[in-house]
Design a protein around this ligand. Structure first.
Ligand code: WTA
Length: 628
């Protein structure tokens, strides 16, 4: 295995070398309270905290910086304005190269204050939940910060989710206010956000306010005068000053829904101080970010990466963060690298699935750009194949940018296992070593974390017991990640993917139970089981086994109808690659579907192991014969 030494190509600006870093890491494990107390000075507090950490995994009562008061928006915006107001906070690049704009920290401050006042004028107060269903525009970041400013809890819903999925999330979090946009374009696709909101609101009667950024003037025909407000009309009437709410360290900052292996999506709850500090420190440390540098993370704000590493982490560090509304292959395959050249991006952070798409198009589109501004690269969302890593390193980074393969989850708030730029020697395909305060441990090939860290989720909204059961009770006193991993002789971690029924399609998290539930919602379907199969570009894709009710005929039309059903209930990204009709599924004698076998069949793996516990082994042969 080729190893890339950390210090060969990187201008390290951090005040420590590898030996000092290791000492700091050791301190973060031996004396977490002392370590994080020191780090907490990086935040601005209205009132100092009394206790760094308290709580236990058993009860799921985790508290960091109890007694402290602060505001996340103040930390991301206000405190930079006085001395650095003219520096760029956000650079926005639209779907086509013709559209771009930017906001300095002073401009961002005004935009956030006005929207915060607009929310207040609509009766939104501290603790209320606000749903943000937006494309990648600066108003999305402004909306998150405006909520944080007044202590409202944002729940961002990815724009790729359908109206049904949106409705479920609005209802679960009991949102009364939604911020959205009328219609947006990604590549050649149009996404009718406002129309989806209208559709969703047929089922959510409590929503009294919808604030709409009019991008294409497409929403006027469905305008509801009592409920809908044009964003800029509403905001322009507002005062430009809005005091920050003083939030307790453990007051909720946001909810972000994510898929688990069973049941409906979970509202992952993060709180103010710990989350903000963790995203801030991890961003700065891992990328070795220095003020003045331009940083670009391609993640959508609808996912955790967009929260921690497009908005909160970078802005808390006074970074310049690029927001891109388009896709990697439109108008052509050079799009990413043209943007890198246009904004002179220094740090570029993306997902393996995007890299695989670009790699498949060859080196030509890359070679037509310079990319000389780049000094550090990043990867997130799924394991990165070593050959893609090498391509990223040699072709995109010209062989001199270290790649930060960051392993983490919605639940963890920020990076847990990750290299540190300029410090960690790299091995393609390994997320390398734990971050400050993180003590990984392997239990039968599954990854657990020993003790709490500030960015850890605090609860599942409305279902604290599920938080304890899913994450904290699998192994006593350890946080369960749901990922498989192994460690090599150098102690490096190699993440191998989910061990539960969560599927990562193009880095998007999909729960097999959600897809199955959408399938059986069709009246012709009796039963369904979905598993993942490897996919050259998407990483994983979905393979569905479907049993029809008696007298139903398996046709291609029915297959399309089922795909449409999933589009309607979840979103296009969750549509299976294959649907195989079957007469029966392999079950244990107690009636449990044996997914392990289905996964093997879908993957064309003949070595089925012990099938003696099956109620009816013959089923297997039919399934194999009919495999797609
Ligand atoms: C997977 C995304 C390998 C993993 C930040 C995890 C990764 C899930 C990596 C969380 C990586 C994320 N290497 N696998 N660098 N990063 N994963 O909540 O399976 O969307 O459990 O958060 O993505 O997905 P989520």
């Amino acid at each position: 295995m080729h190893c890339y030494p950390a210090n060969l190509y990187h201008r390290k600006t951090a005040p420590y070398d590898k030996i000092e870093f290791d000492a700091l890491y050791a301190q973060s494990i031996q004396d977490p309270a002392g370590f994080w107390a020191e780090q907490s000075k990086k935040l601005a507090w209205f009132q100092p905290w009394e206790q760094v950490f308290e709580g236990s995994f058993e009860k799921g009562d985790i508290s960091w910086f109890r007694g402290g008061k602060l505001n996340a928006c103040y930390n991301c915006v206000d405190r930079h304005v006085e001395k650095h107001g003219d520096e760029k906070a956000l650079l926005w690049e639209g779907n086509t190269p013709r559209e771009s704009s930017s906001l300095s920290y002073s401009e961002l401050y005004l935009a956030v204050c006005q929207l915060a006042n607009a929310l207040k004028s609509r009766g939104v107060t501290k603790g209320d939940r606000v749903c943000i269903y937006m494309p990648m525009i600066m108003e999305a970041a402004i909306a998150m910060l405006a909520c944080a400013r007044i202590g409202a809890v944002h729940s961002v819903v990815f724009g790729g989710f359908s109206s049904d999925a949106l409705a479920n999330r609005i209802t679960d979090a009991d949102c009364k206010c939604i911020i959205t946009a009328d219609e947006t374009e990604r590549g050649t696709k149009k996404i009718p956000l406002k129309k989806n909101v209208d559709e969703a609101l047929k089922h959510c009667c409590d929503v009294h306010t919808v604030i709409v950024v009019n991008q294409s003037q497409k929403s006027t025909e469905t305008w509801n005068d009592d409920r809908d407000h044009d964003y800029y009309t509403l905001v322009s009437q507002q005062p430009t000053c809005c005091p920050c709410e003083e939030m307790d360290a453990e007051d909720p900052l946001f909810i972000l829904y994510t898929s688990g292996s069973t049941g409906k999506p979970k509202g992952i709850l993060h709180t103010n101080a710990g989350y903000l500090l963790y995203s801030m420190v991890s961003f700065q440390t891992v990328f070795d970010y220095q003020p003045g540098e331009v940083y670009w993370c391609t993640a959508d704000i609808g996912w955790i990466t967009g929260h921690s590493y497009v908005v909160y982490g970078p802005l808390a560090n006074r970074a310049t963060s690029v927001i891109f509304a388009g896709v990697p292959n439109y108008p052509d395959m050079s799009r990413y690298w043209q943007i890198v050249d246009k904004y002179q991006v220094n740090i570029f952070y993306t997902a393996p699935t995007a890299l695989r798409t670009l790699m498949a198009a060859g080196d030509e589109p890359v070679k037509s750009t310079w990319r000389t501004s780049l000094r550090c690269l990043g990867s997130v969302g799924e394991p990165i194949n070593p050959e893609v890593w090498e391509w990223y390193f040699h072709v995109i980074g010209n062989g001199h940018c270290p790649i930060m393969d960051t392993w983490w989850q919605t639940e963890t708030g920020g990076f847990l296992i990750t290299p540190i730029a300029g410090i960690t020697n790299l091995k393609p395909g390994s997320a390398t070593l734990p971050f400050f305060g993180i003590q990984p441990t392997l239990v039968e090939g599954e990854l657990y974390i020993e003790a709490s860290w500030p960015g850890q989720m605090r609860s599942i909204y409305n279902d604290h017991q599920r938080f304890i059961t899913t994450y904290l009770s699998q192994v006593k006193n350890k946080y369960c990640t749901g990922d498989g991993a192994h460690q090599d002789d150098d102690g490096y971690y190699w993440l191998t993917g989910r061990v539960d029924d969560v599927i990562k399609v193009s880095g998007h998290r999909v729960g097999s139970a959600e897809v199955e539930s959408a399938l059986v919602d069709d009246h012709r379907v009796a039963e369904a089981a979905v598993v993942s199969i490897p996919h050259a570009i998407k990483g994983e894709s979905i393979y569905a086994f479907v049993i029809l009710k008696q007298n139903q005929i398996p046709t291609d039309t029915l297959k399309s109808a089922l795909k449409d059903q999933i589009k309607k209930e979840i979103g296009a990204f969750a549509v299976p690659e294959h649907i195989q009709f079957a007469n029966d599924l392999p079950k244990t004698r107690s009636g449990k579907i044996m997914r392990r076998l289905l996964r093997k069949i879908a993957n064309g793996d003949d070595d089925l192991g012990d099938i003696s516990t099956l109620a009816d082994p013959d089923i297997i042969h039919t399934l194999i014969q009919n495999k797609l």
